[in-house]
Ligand binder design. Structure first.
Ligand code: NAD
Length: 366
């Protein structure tokens, strides 16, 4: 790892979105799908989750070039039984399949009060909070469990030394009447795998307690997750995070029939399966009190004096919105390696470096 990391390149969100849009269109996606992908990826960066932002674009394009990530309409219906809906994403772009699948689930929940959506075989669904926010914007609650197959295992089980499953995220999103939703959205590993990519590319270590090396010993070196032979992330919260990640594997992969991780690991593609329960709060009996109760709880929880090192208590979803305000004003900081990979991907699709500089409004040294 280098001692002095190179400075980040700030790119303003609208320009970054324009660049990602052009890249996806050049790579064969239609205008609508390219816009959905650009919106999703740039919002992940704006939210502070660079691990699930535009730095993924080169990997997506590589998967598409290998025929592992598909273009065009890819969703097929496997089970359609009213409130129960099983969809196959056909390995389409997760940013598009997720959007369309969630819209279908929202429609079902409006009719039946609830929808249990099982979405299988979708290319990387990105920041799962994006889907929670989409459902919350429709006034509905969602609970999502995700597993990841089709890439090497990344997370060691509690008490183990070798990776056995992935970073399996969970998202719970609760809409509020006149305020932004509560959005709990995290990987069940101590940190998202993509955060080790960002640290590795920036040339910085990761904090203590996140990684095991190839001998199963603690390490701070993020390269152990990217340079063969690969090592392991630790689950968050010891046996509790491990238990939740394990359940994601069973709920999103096992229950849907999509499959779990053993025997289906390959670097070529990121394959997500997601079980989402979408609930119309107005139909569950607590309709009248639910909104007021949510506000009462938030006020109660955030009224505690802050602990040392904290300015105040935040509710889930707030840090992302604060980061959006900051990065919206100052630009999205892209690490130089990720930026040069994005430029290379654009050039590989026939754009010139001048085109990239013009669209992103960034100076690119010759
Ligand atoms: P994280 O550790 O940053 O935790 C984020 C969650 O914690 C958010 O809900 C946030 O609002 C809340 N939070 C953070 N600080 C808080 C504070 N001080 N007070 C209250 N709440 C706080 O997230 P992560 O585990 O690094 O995951 C990052 C992203 O990676 C997520 O969006 C996740 O969906 C995504 N992910 C996707 C996949 C996939 O395969 N698609 C896999 C793993 C992770």
């Amino acid at each position: 790892m280098s001692d002095s990391p190179k400075p980040d390149i700030p790119v303003f969100a609208p320009h970054l979105k324009a660049l990602v849009h052009v890249i996806f269109e050049r790579a064969g996606w239609n205008q609508r799908d390219a816009a959905l992908a650009a919106d999703h990826l740039v919002l992940a960066n704006l939210s502070g989750h660079d691990s699930h932002g535009v730095g993924m674009v080169p990997r997506y394009l590589l998967a598409a070039a290998k025929g592992l990530l598909k273009r065009g309409p890819t969703i097929t219906t496997v089970v359609d039984a009213g409130a129960l809906l099983t969809l196959d994403g056909g390995m389409g772009l997760g940013q598009v399949v997720g959007f369309d699948a969630m819209n279908l689930a929202i429609g079902r929940a409006r009719i039946h009060g609830v929808c249990v959506l099982s979405l299988r075989n979708t290319h990387h669904l990105g920041r799962i909070g994006h889907w929670g926010e989409q459902v919350a914007a429709a006034g509905l609650v969602s609970i999502s469990y995700v597993n990841v197959i089709g890439r090497p295992a990344l997370v060691a089980p509690w008490g183990g030394t070798r990776a056995r499953f992935s970073t399996n995220p969970i998202c719970i999103a609760i809409p509020r009447a006149d305020a932004d939703p509560v959005v709990l959205d995290f990987a069940t590993s101590r940190i998202a795998h993509g955060k080790t990519r960002v640290a590795w590319k920036r040339g910085v270590p990761v904090a203590d307690g996140n990684l095991l090396d190839r001998d199963g010993k603690p390490t701070n070196d993020p390269s152990v997750m990217w340079v063969e032979p690969l090592a392991a992330l630790l689950p968050f919260g010891e046996h509790k995070g491990f238990g939740l990640g394990f359940m994601c594997e069973l709920l999103a992969g096992g229950l849907s029939g999509a499959g779990t991780i053993p025997g289906r690991m390959d670097w070529g593609v990121i394959d997500n399966n997601m079980l989402s329960i979408v609930i119309d709060p107005a139909r569950l009996g607590g309709g009248a009190s639910y909104a007021a109760e949510t506000e009462r709880l938030i006020e109660w929880v955030t009224s505690t004096p802050p602990a040392e090192g904290f300015d105040r208590v935040r509710i889930p979803g707030e840090p992302e919105r604060e980061m959006r305000a900051r990065r919206g004003a100052s630009g999205v900081p892209l690490d130089p390696t990720s930026w040069s990979e994005i430029v290379a991907a654009a050039v590989g699709l026939g754009l010139t470096r001048e085109d990239v500089a013009r669209v992103a409004r960034v100076n690119i040294p010759g």
